[in-house]
Design a protein. Structure first.
Length: 369
């Protein structure tokens, strides 16, 4: 299948290796423009080993011109810019995959496409298909290919096509979820990375080398589990089914269920696991706080369910960094989900169509200024 990947970081290169290894034709585009155009050899080690010929395009339009599937693979803080660059060039017959979905970026893309008179299946993935590390602009180490991950398609009436496209690309590893809202509450990176980064922050700031999973001690594991209980309670209040963090570790890494600290120790014991971040300039904070924790907090306000640990994480990181991480999210203000009722948010996440402000069942009354 002709596939365009928007992004050239570790996740993008890892997916490119997986796809090329399976016989798909892959074109990548670098939003930063740092990768030269042309056919190049992509070298992959780890879970996918080999050298693969892939194409790098100069422009988003060139990357997507012949693609049947387009995959967004940049951190959350890059979603808006890449979506705005891609939307005008997306055409009927293409499927757009967001790996991984955050901050309701699928809703933003749906809005842009609607303004252009187009509707495409937009597949939101609950986490990335691979994990790994880019070792050069054209080389990557793939540390893990997830065996199971959640997916939902917007609008939901295109779900069969969206799921079929993902399976054609990456195999039968996708668990369909109700809608994009369920996916927004299925991404466990924000809560997990909050606990790992917060509790290992001096290591990160000093540039020490530390094991990603070795850093999940008993205390860190308990914080992850407590954060997970907030997320699960929020999902239950919205009548959504999502996996627990224990299920996520079990299905993603094939380890026996237990406490999160025990499961992390089992992963770490295998060796060849990634190290934790060694700089405060890490996506564990700059992506997962504004585009993860802030989003969960906002959903909680819509549902009327408090998320005190998530809120505490936002406040602590804002204080530690001297940054207003709520203001760092450039997608939520555009979507204004907090004006919606829980029913309105569910409807928006199923259809991609914004509920009418005049409908009292889907939108809240706004106070006069």
């Amino acid at each position: 299948m002709q596939t365009a990947i928007l992004g050239t970081g570790s996740i993008a290169l890892g997916m490119a290796a997986v796809l090329a290894d399976a016989g798909h034709d892959v074109t990548l585009w670098s939003p930063s423009g740092k990768c030269a155009a042309g056919i190049m050899a992509l070298q992959s080690t780890g879970a996918v080993a080999g050298t693969f010929q892939v194409r790098f395009a100069s422009h988003a339009a060139d990357a997507m011109a012949e693609a049947e599937a387009v995959i967004l693979a940049v951190p959350g803080y890059g979603h808006r810019g890449v979506i705005e660059a891609a939307a005008p060039h997306l055409q009927a017959g293409q499927t757009f995959v967001i790996s991984s979905h955050c901050s309701f970026s699928a809703l933003y893309l749906s809005r842009l496409l609607a303004a252009l008179g187009r509707e495409l299946p937009i597949v939101a993935l609950g986490t990335t298909i691979v994990s790994g590390r880019r070792t050069s602009p054209t080389s990557v180490t793939v540390s893990n290919i997830r065996q199971r991950l959640d997916a939902a398609t917007l609008p939901i009436h295109r779900s069969d096509l969206g799921l079929a496209t993902c399976r054609a690309l990456f195999g039968d590893r996708f668990e369909p979820r109700a809608d994009v809202l369920a996916i927004s509450l299925s991404n466990l990176n924000p809560q997990n990375h909050m606990a790992m980064a917060l509790c290992n922050l001096t290591r990160i700031e000093k540039g020490e080398v530390w094991g990603n999973y070795a850093g999940i001690t008993g205390a860190v594991g308990r914080l992850i589990e407590a954060l997970d209980l907030e997320r699960l309670a929020l999902a239950t209040s919205l009548d959504l089914e999502v996996r627990s963090v224990q299920d996520h570790f079990h299905l993603s890494f094939d380890v026996a269920r237990g406490s999160i600290a025990e499961m992390a120790a089992a992963i770490d014991a295998r060796g060849s696991t990634p190290n934790g971040p060694t700089s405060l300039d890490t996506r564990y904070v700059h992506e997962d706080v504004p585009f993860g924790l802030v989003v969960t907090e906002a959903i909680g306000r819509v549902a009327g369910i408090p998320t005190p640990l998530h809120t505490a994480g936002i406040e602590l990181f804002s204080g530690l960094y001297g940054v207003d991480f709520r203001a760092a999210n450039d997608l939520l203000p555009l979507l204004a989900i907090e004006r919606l009722t829980p029913a309105g948010l569910r409807l928006f996440c199923q259809t991609g169509i914004e509920p009418a402000a005049s409908d009292p069942t889907t939108t809240r009354k706004t106070r006069a200024s």
